[in-house]
Design a protein around this ligand. Sequence first.
Ligand code: ATP
Length: 621
Amino acid sequence: MDALANRLRLLRALGPAGLPVNAALVVVMLVERLGPAVMAAGVGLVVGGLGEAIGSGSLSAAVAPLCVFGGAVLATQAAEALLEPLKFIAAVRIDGPHRERVARTAASSGRVEVLERPETQRLIREAMADRSHGYDCTPSDGAVGQLRWAAGMVGAAAACAVLAQYAWWFVPMALIPAALHRVLRTRDDFALAARWRAASKDEQHADVWREATTSQGEGKDIRVFGLADWSVTRMQGHIRAANAPLWSYIDRMLRRSGVHLMLVIVGLLPMYVMVASGAPGRADPAALAAAVFAAGWSLFLVLGPDSEMYNIIGAGRVLRAHDELRDALGESEPSSATARAAESSDRPAGGDRPAPPRVCFADVSFRYPGDDQDVLDGLNLEIEPGEFLAVVGINGAGKSTLIKLLTGLYEPTSGVIRADGHPLSQTPATDWRRRLSVVFQDFVKYPLSAEDNVALGHGHTPRDRGEVERAAHEAGFEAVIERLPDGWDTPLSRTRSGGVDLSGGQWQQTVLARALYAMRRGARLLVLDEPTAHLDVRTESDVFERLAKSRGDSGLVLISHRLSTVRQADRIVFLDGGRITESGTHDELMAKGGAYADMFRIQAARFRRGYDDRIEEGDVL
Ligand SMILES: Nc1ncnc2c1ncn2[C@@H]1O[C@H](COP(=O)(O)OP(=O)(O)OP(=O)(O)O)[C@@H](O)[C@H]1O
C-alpha cells in the first residue's frame, strides 16, 4: 500500500515539469523501451524477407522488413539521445521548487530549538537531496524513474507478445526468471538505499571538516595552528566510515551477479534450444526463431539491471523526509486557532504602529534540550513599556539565553513569558517579532551588499533607502559607507567580486544600523546583546547618544559587559544563578554594594591601571 502511494506521489511530482516535457518524456521512453521488442519482431521479418528474396532472386521482399528494423534502431537511438536533455529539464523544474519548499519549511519554524536537534538537521539534509552532500536520488530522479519503469513494463509486454507468436508457454518460461531477476535487483536497491541513508551521519561530519579546510573563517585557525593534516585526516576518516558499509554491500552485489547470470541462462537457454532444434515444427522457423532469440534477450533487457527502482526508493525517502520535517517543525508552532485569537487581541486599536510592549517573565525556568542543569531558574522580571533596561552578569549567567526566550526562539521549560498580558507561547511568532529589533551577540555577516545588510532588519517590507541611510547615521556606519568602493552597493565579503571585508567594529555598526532600521520601520523594543564590544569608546559613546535621541518612547534591553554604557540605563538587573539577584539604578546598586558594585569597581580599577577601556575616565569613582 505504501509502495503504491509512493509511486502515485512520484507521478504527481512530475507536475511542475509541465505537460509538454512530460508528454515528450512518455513518448521518448515508450520508444526507447519498446525499441528492443520492435527490433526483435523486425529481426524476424528481416530473416523472413531475406529468405523470400533469396528464393525469388529479388531483394524487394526484404526492403519493408529492413525498413522496420532500421526504423526501430534509429528511433531507439534518437530516444536515448533525447532522454538525457529531457531528464535535465524535468530535474530543473521538479527539484528546484522542491528544494525551495524544503527551505521554506525549514525557515518556517518559529523556534530554533527544533532546528538545533540533530534529527531535524538530518531531515533537512535528506529532504534537500543535495548531491554534494552525498545524496544521489532527487524527486525528479524518482518521478522520471517511475515513468521509465512503467514504459519498461510496456516494453516487457511487447517482448512477451513477440514470444507468444511462437508458443504461449514461452511467455511464462522467460518471464518468471526475468521477473525474479528484477525482484532480486529491487531487494538489492532497497538495501543499498538504506545504507546510503545510514551513511548520511558520517557524511555530515565529513562536511564540517570539508568546509573547515576551505572556508575563510576556520581557514585562519587551520593555518595558524597547523591543523591542515589533522582536519583532512578527520574528513577522510568520516568519508571512509560513510563508505565502508556501501563498499561491502556493493562487493556482495558483485559476488551475487552469478545468481543473476544463472537466471538469464535458465530463462533463455531452454527456449533457445527448443527453437534451434525446431521442436514445435513451425512453418517458418528461421524468421520466428530469430524473433524469439531477440525477444527473449529484449525481455531481460527491459526488466534487467537499471537504476529506476533505486531512484524510486531514494526519491520516496526524500519526499517522506520532507513530510517528517514538516511534522517536526509544525509541532513547535502554536495552534492556529489560539494564534489567531491572540493575534487579533494583540493588535493595537487604530494605527499601524504598535505601542512599546510590556514584557513579564513569571517564574521562568529554562534548560537546553539534553542538558541536566537549568540556565534560568524561577526568574521573575518585568520590562516596562519604553524602559531602558540593562542586564548584566558574569559569563555564562544566561543573559543571551534570556534574549532567546524573549524573542520566542525557545520556550521556557516552566513558567510563562507575557507580552502585554498575552503568553508568548500563544502569540504568532512573526507578529511578536515584528515588534522587536534584535542584535544577537553572534550576529550574521551576510555576504551581501551594505544596503542589503542593513535593510534585512525589516526584510518583509519594501525597502526605504532614506530610512536605511538614517539608520546608518545613527549607528555611526555612514563614515564606513563613504570609504566603500561602491558605496551602498559594495558586497561586504571578499568572496564576492568587488567585495570588501569589514573590521569587527565596522560589522557591529552594520548590525546596529540593521536593528535601528527595524526600529524606524515599526519595531518598538530594541534588544542589544553585546552590541558594542568591538567599538572604541568614542564611537560607542556617539552611537548611544544618537540612539537615546532617536529611540523616542521605544523600549531598550541592553546586555553589555561595558558598565560605562550600562550605567545610563533606567534600571539595571544583575543575573546570577538563573535569577535576578539585584535590580535598581546604577546609583542604587552602587550604594547597595553587591555583585554589580564589585564588578564596576574591578573594571574601574583596571581602567585606572590602564588595562581596560571599559570604564571611561569620567566614570571612575
Ligand atoms: N544552544 C545551547 N545549547 C546548550 N547549552 C547552551 C546553548 N547556548 C548556551 N548554552 C549554555 O547556557 C549557559 C548560558 O549561556 P548564555 O550564552 O546565555 O550566557 P551569557 O550570560 O550570555 O554569557 P556571556 O556573557 O559569556 O555571553 C552556558 O552554560 C552555556 O554553555
